[in-house]
Design a protein around this ligand. Structure first.
Ligand SMILES: Nc1nc2c(ncn2[C@@H]2O[C@H](COP(=O)(O)OP(=O)(O)OP(=O)(O)O)[C@@H](O)[C@H]2O)c(=O)[nH]1
Ligand SMILES: [Mg+2]
Length: 208
């Protein structure tokens, strides 16, 4: 998938220089960031993006109080209603377009379109509320989108051995599970690199 065409309009007067792709760019790939409500998807996309991320955050209102489970994330004031979008250059040639999905089930009707053309996914999980990401993993498996799991570490997250998380999520050994601090650029970038390496290993296996 190549988005460069869609960015040519960025050369119109007034566009921000940061939106332009470097001339050295050879491949652009779409990846998605999924996971349950409030696990840190918007935070991760914002941390890695080298352009100002597009977000579709709406304030959480009293109307959602009965539906949105804020336990563990009670400082959360807004939620993604459509998607997050960011861009990161992995190297001079490879550009990733990163789409964060809404975590709340009532917006999942948008997912199918956002899955289109995605090469792979990051499933972000919060070990205090692992169950909120179960359905997203099922969704990816049903769609056949390869994924890695990133365990977002909040300040009060108790440490769990990776093997325990793997068993709780019922994931095969081959699926990488890595710890992550979503607000930290390097940590979130490492997760993307893990995904890229995993996709490469799957492609190599297929070509054997
Ligand atoms: N301390 C800390 N706070 C975090 C971390 N990741 C996310 N947060 C906070 O947790 C809350 C939820 O993060 P979001 O990035 O909005 O989560 P989300 O998955 O995009 O949420 P939805 O789009 O509503 O599903 C926000 O208040 C973030 O600032 C983290 O690693 N450490
Ligand atoms: Mg969000």
């Amino acid at each position: 998938m190549d988005f460069r065409g869609s960015e040519q309009s960025a050369h119109a007067p007034g566009h921000r220089a940061e939106m332009s792709l470097p001339n050295s760019a050879r491949a652009a790939v779409k990846v998605i960031v999924v996971g349950g409500f409030g696990v840190g998807k918007t935070t991760l996309v914002g941390a890695v993006s080298e352009i100002r991320p597009l977000t579709t955050e709406e304030s959480m209102t009293q109307a959602g109080a009965e539906i949105d489970d804020l336990s563990g994330i009670d400082s959360k004031k807004s939620t993604t209603v459509a998607m997050d979008f960011g861009r990161i250059s992995i190297n001079r040639e490879l550009i990733l377009y990163v789409f964060g999905m809404p975590g709340q089930e009532r917006f999942w009707f948008l997912w199918q379109g956002l899955f289109e053309g995605a090469l792979g996914a990051i499933v972000l999980v919060d070990t205090r509320r692992l169950e909120v990401s179960f359905d997203t993993i099922q969704y990816l498996e049903d769609f056949g989108v390869p994924f890695v799991v990133a365990v977002n570490t909040f300040p009060d997250t108790p440490p769990y051995p990776i093997q325990e998380i793997r068993e709780a999520l019922d994931l095969p050994e081959a699926v990488p599970i890595v710890p992550c601090k979503a607000p930290q650029r390097n940590s979130s970038k490492d997760v993307l690199l893990t995904l890229m390496r995993y996709l490469q290993s799957l492609a190599t296996q297929e070509n054997k």
